[in-house]
Design a protein around this ligand. Structure first.
Ligand SMILES: Cc1cc2nc3c(=O)[nH]c(=O)nc-3n(C[C@H](O)[C@H](O)[C@H](O)COP(=O)(O)OP(=O)(O)OC[C@H]3O[C@@H](n4cnc5c(N)ncnc54)[C@H](O)[C@@H]3O)c2cc1C
Length: 473
């Protein structure tokens, strides 16, 4: 169906992007065959990696690929968790890593204009230095702006500040046949025709390649503080969240985390979490405009949590203490990665979250499989990890392959059935990519999937851009 890369194509790619930016060395291209999904079974090498430096080069690559019927897979920081940037049909991996300039930080409009290869870490640093903020923290620090927009990444701060979709005001996009379009701009509003901008956000590199973005910023957050509250029971911890929101307290983030993964991560990092009590923690992060307001907010959160069975309240009020807590939280993924088979990204109405987590516990017990579960409690976004180890006394003990392999599909099916029954979706922030593709029809009806396929064909008649992702065209 697709044409293979030959010398003729390699030469043309070199003329477009420069020979030094066209990599076909077998050893080097292996690095471009996977993302951060735990399942390495899905890895697939490209035939060539091209690193364009400008939108016009992206356009020329796509025009050539459309004409010659060569698959092209856009790639950002490859921190994705669903195989979105894996080139399943080989062909070209289009790595945006060289397009990494912050073009403008416009203080008057509070907007940034950036290229897609800027990483989240670099972006946040530059924005802070300019005295502004980009409040959502929607991914790993090495994720790139293009990848974050293509997956509509979320993150723990979505409860107060929304997901990346809420911040993207403009995009420059190269379409699969090589046309360059500019959508939106430094605008706070538009009611001007269908929003192609919103369609492109979250389209997982299947409709176009993002080559520039206009991102809205906010004034810097004056004071932040993290509270760690241990609970004896996960249900009580999660049920605290609607009580907080009911008291008109909207935290920057509310995470629930089981104690056993905290213990493993403490060991992994050789760092100490502030509490050893309880079996579950709520991590509540607050922002406020002054220390006085922060004290009042913290007291109100403590009162609600202690009233619901919280054992204690630990306050990380200095940058050092906050960094320690946040580092442990952000490294859980890495600490348990070696024994993770699959990470689910279920999002349900937030009032359903306690019920869903209880169901996870039941399934874990019934099937005798370890399913550590944590996530964004106030968004209803739950990351259950399907594991190939059991956990005993803070250690991961591998179980035989045949034992866990027989259970993975059953467990996933049961959890997705619970998600569907509660009116949820199978991805809150990671996207569908390759890994979740077989399950899309569990939560979207035939009409929606047909419309999506028709949109795909309209943008990409030769189906060359990131084929095999989200659905089979
Ligand atoms: C430790 C860790 C923590 C994470 N935390 C979060 C979190 O809190 N919230 C969250 O939402 N996710 C999180 N993620 C997942 C990941 O960081 C996000 O999905 C992120 O958006 C992926 O960006 P990337 O640049 O790495 O994209 P990649 O993995 O390279 O690609 C992802 C998708 O975007 C497409 N793409 C990439 N660049 C472009 C472009 N320029 N134009 C068009 N399409 C493009 C690719 O084709 C692919 O479909 C986490 C991952 C890890 C490993």
């Amino acid at each position: 169906m697709y044409r293979k890369i030959d010398h003729h194509i390699l030469k043309k790619l070199g003329e477009i992007a420069g020979q030094e930016n066209v990599i076909s060395d077998q050893e080097k291209i292996t690095d471009y065959s996977h993302d951060e999904s735990s399942s390495r079974d899905i890895a697939h090498p490209p035939e060539v990696v091209v690193k364009p430096g400008r939108a016009e080069e992206v356009a020329a690559v796509l025009e050539l690929a459309s004409h010659e019927r060569i698959p092209v897979t856009p790639r950002g920081g490859a921190t994705g968790l669903c195989g979105g940037c894996v080139p399943v049909y080989g062909g070209i991996v289009l790595s945006l890593e060289r397009m990494n300039r912050i073009i403008e930080l416009d203080r008057d409009n509070q907007m940034a204009v950036v290229e897609p290869g800027v990483t989240l870490g670099e972006f946040n640093r530059a924005v802070e230095e300019a005295g502004l903020s980009f409040p959502p923290h929607p991914g790993d620090e090495s994720a790139q702006i293009g990848g974050l927009i293509a997956t509509n990444a979320g993150g723990s701060r979505a409860v107060k500040y929304g997901v990346i979709r809420n911040y993207v005001r403009g995009l420059e996009v190269v379409l699969p046949q090589g046309e360059i379009i500019r959508l939106g701009g430094k605008l706070m509003k538009t009611s001007t025709g269908y929003s192609l901008l919103q369609l492109l956000i979250g389209s997982e590199g299947t409709l176009g390649v993002i080559t520039r973005a206009v991102i809205q910023l906010l004034p810097a957050l004056p004071v932040t503080r993290s509270l760690v509250i241990p609970f004896a029971d996960i249900g009580a911890a999660i049920e605290t969240v609607p009580l907080l929101l009911g008291r008109k307290i909207t935290p920057l983030a509310v995470e629930f985390i089981e104690a056993e993964v905290i213990r493993i991560t403490e060991e992994f990092l050789r760092k100490r979490w502030p509490s050893r009590a309880g079996e579950t923690y709520l991590l509540v992060i607050l922002d406020a405009s002054s220390e006085e307001e922060m004290d009042l907010l913290s007291e109100a959160v403590a009162e609600v949590c202690l009233g619901k069975g919280g054992i204690d309240v630990f306050i990380a009020d200095t940058p050092k203490k906050q960094d320690e807590v946040l580092e442990i939280r952000s490294k859980i993924y890495e600490a348990i990665k070696s024994q993770t088979v699959e990470i689910l990204d279920i999002c349900i109405p937030r009032a359903e979250i306690a019920g869903h987590v209880r169901r996870v516990r039941e399934i874990s017990k019934k099937r005798a499989i370890w399913l550590p579960t944590f996530g964004h409690a106030a968004d209803g976004n739950v990351h259950t990890h399907i594991m190939k180890a059991r956990c005993a006394e803070g250690k991961m003990i591998p179980v035989p392959d045949e034992e866990w392999r027989a259970k993975v599909d059953l467990v996933r099916d049961e959890l997705y059935a619970d998600c569907r029954a509660r009116g949820g979706v199978i991805s809150g922030e990671h996207g569908i990519g390759l890994v979740k593709k077989p399950f899309l029809s569990l939560v979207l009806d035939d009409v929606q999937i047909r419309l999506m396929k028709e949109i795909k064909k309209l943008f990409d008649p030769h189906l060359i851009l990131n084929p095999g992702k989200i659905f089979d065209s």
